[in-house]
Every structure is written in structure tokens, then in C-alpha cells.
Design a binder for this molecule. Sequence first.
Ligand SMILES: NC(=O)c1ccc[n+]([C@@H]2O[C@H](COP(=O)([O-])OP(=O)(O)OC[C@H]3O[C@@H](n4cnc5c(N)ncnc54)[C@H](O)[C@@H]3O)[C@@H](O)[C@H]2O)c1
Length: 111
Amino acid sequence: MKISENTAVLVTGGASGLGLAVVEKFVSLGAKVAVFDMNEEEGLKVASQHGVSFEKVDVSDPKSVADGLSSIRGSIGQESVCVNCAGIGFSQKTVSKGRNHKFELLIKQYV
Ligand SMILES: NC(=O)c1ccc[n+]([C@@H]2O[C@H](COP(=O)([O-])OP(=O)(O)OC[C@H]3O[C@@H](n4cnc5c(N)ncnc54)[C@H](O)[C@@H]3O)[C@@H](O)[C@H]2O)c1
């Protein structure tokens, strides 16, 4: 796929880590980039440092995602690339004394 100034890219979790690295790469290729992240403070910093659009979105909430999509389509246009990096990384025993694994959180976040 040829990436140009006409390529609209959405990066979820783009305020930090893997997502931020993806944002930087697409910006360096000249694409129009929008970031969804629930961390507004870091997201706004990334927006101002890299000249990208930012929307405070919780990817586990369908309404939040729908609102975010409407908003970014007004700024960068219809996205043709979406890189999902929003996430939480933790490891936990499936079964342990007195504490259950946080399956509900994982399902809400990733399914
Ligand atoms: N870093 C690694 O080496 C690595 C390896 C394998 C998998 N992963 C997975 O990739 C994902 C990103 O890892 P990372 O190291 O970049 O983490 P990170 O914590 O640096 O970045 C994750 C970003 O996602 C955002 N986020 C979290 N939940 C969100 C939600 N519900 N809605 C919107 N934004 C949300 C956070 O605010 C944060 O900015 C995680 O799921 C992690 O488990 C990371």
C-alpha cells in the first residue's frame, strides 16, 4: 500500500508506546493521522507535537468509538488504515488464592 498525504490513518492507543511509534512512523510518511486514546493529557501532547488529530475515546465503549469516528472523519476524512494499539497489558494467574483473574476487563477491552 502506498502511503501518501491522502492516506487517512487512525491509531488507537496512539498516546503511548506501540501506538505512539506507529503515529510517528505514519507522520514521517506524510499520512494524515488521528489518534484515539483515553489518556487525554498524553493524547493532546502527541497531537500538538506531531500535528495529528486527537479524540478522547474509550475503545471498549461503542458509543465513544462511534462519536470519535464521526469526529475524525470530519478532520482527516474516511480512514483507510486503522492500527489498534489501545490496550492494557498485565499478566495474572488464572486461579489463585482469594483473587480472580480480571477476565471481565479483558473481554470488555478486546472483544
Ligand atoms: N509493548 C510490548 O512489547 C507489547 C508486546 C505485546 C503486546 N503488547 C500489547 O499492546 C498493547 C499496547 O502496548 P503498549 O506497550 O504500547 O502499552 P502503553 O500502555 O504504552 O499504551 C497503551 C495506550 O492505550 C491506551 N488505552 C488503554 N486502554 C484504552 C481504552 N480502553 N481506550 C482507548 N485507549 C486506551 C492507554 O491510555 C495508552 O496510551 C497492550 O495491549 C499490550 O498488552 C505490547
